[in-house]
Design a protein around this ligand. Structure first.
Ligand SMILES: NC(=O)C1=CN([C@@H]2O[C@H](COP(=O)(O)OP(=O)(O)OC[C@H]3O[C@@H](n4cnc5c(N)ncnc54)[C@H](O)[C@@H]3O)[C@@H](O)[C@H]2O)C=CC1
Ligand SMILES: CCCCC/C=C\C=C\C(=O)C/C=C\C/C=C\CCCC(=O)O
Length: 264
């Protein structure tokens, strides 16, 4: 998709990947409605991005993705401000093995809700123009990891859901594409908290003592590496059903290149 003139909705955009993806789209001439549960972080990012790209190009909305009404309001506010939605990025996520039910709510249920809401708004029958939905999974959506079992389950779920909808001829006929991004370890606050504990000092992964060894073995990507892959997906002529993994050793690699189910 050509990004210039398009409108994107991004969840979890106050910091980390969400903020970097917002900036990358703005740089290419899109308008961005980004959201987060973190109001002060969101307002700070709004201020920085508006200074660079103009007040009329970027808009922050407070949205806890686990609250259906707030999620619906995010779409309403984007449509009211920018009149259309062409790109949806379900990026908000948490890593918290002690709160595995919450991990399912944020990483899985909310990602599904964001996808269904975007499908509704992008449907030409509802005044939409089609579009692209990118769901942020992880290398943890492709491989098991005994220090992150609940997180791994949610990230596998994202791939199953997104790849299945991408096969649906209905959405294909509406000009809607769905793809998944699978970054490996990347230097954001999520990684720092996994290594050192969260703001309250609680550990978010099992066996944090193993972190150093695992990271030394697998390496750490930069946010720029992942943003480059994100933009590649968005700008591709057809990204439907794509699963793009990025890790330090291999770089970018498309997975499940055969997009059909063996028996269907
Ligand atoms: N950092 C890493 O190594 C990797 C991260 N990911 C995924 O990338 C996505 C972004 O992660 P990072 O930028 O690294 O993390 P981060 O922790 O820096 O940013 C996540 C953002 O999501 C927001 N958020 C959390 N719960 C929310 C909720 N209920 N409603 C709305 N916003 C909420 C947070 O306030 C924060 O601004 C997540 O889905 C994560 O699972 C995937 C692979 C690797
Ligand atoms: C050991 C330190 C754990 C820190 C975890 C912090 C953030 C991780 C976010 C992720 O999304 C996890 C990404 C990848 C891990 C999953 C599988 C690792 C195996 C990948 C491989 O073999 O290349």
């Amino acid at each position: 998709m050509k990004v210039v003139g398009k409108v994107a909705v991004i969840t979890g955009g106050a910091r980390g990947f969400g903020k970097a993806f917002s900036e990358a789209l703005l740089k290419r001439g899109a308008k961005v409605c980004f959201s987060d549960i973190d109001v002060s972080g969101g307002q700070q990012s709004q201020h920085e991005l508006a200074e660079k790209f103009g007040e009329n190009s970027v808009h922050f909305v407070k949205c806890d993705v686990t609250k259906e009404e707030e999620f619906r309001d995010l779409f309403r506010e984007c449509l009211s401000k920018f009149k259309k939605i062409n790109i949806m990025v379900n990026n908000a996520g948490i890593l918290d093995e002690a709160r595995w039910e919450k991990s399912i709510d944020v990483n899985m249920t909310a990602m599904m809700r964001g996808t269904y809401l975007a499908l509704e708004k992008m449907n030409p029958k509802n005044g939409g123009e089609g579009g692209i939905i990118i769901n942020v999974s992880s290398a943890a959506g492709l491989y098991p990891a005994h220090f992150l079992p609940a997180y791994v389950a949610t990230k596998h779920g994202i791939l199953g859901f997104t790849r299945s909808l991408a096969m649906d001829p209905l959405y294909q006929s509406q000009g809607i594409q769905l793809a998944s991004l699978c970054p490996a370890f990347t230097s954001t606050n999520m990684l720092t908290e996994a290594i050192h504990g969260d703001a309250g000092g609680r550990k978010t992964i099992l066996y944090p003592d193993l972190a150093k060894t695992i990271i030394e073995k697998l390496g750490i990507c930069s946010v720029a590496d992942i943003t480059d892959a994100f933009i590649e997906l968005v700008e591709k002529e057809n990204c439907n059903g794509d699963v793009l993994m990025i890790n330090k050793k291999i770089g970018k690699q498309y997975q499940f290149v055969n997009k059909t189910t063996s028996r269907l």
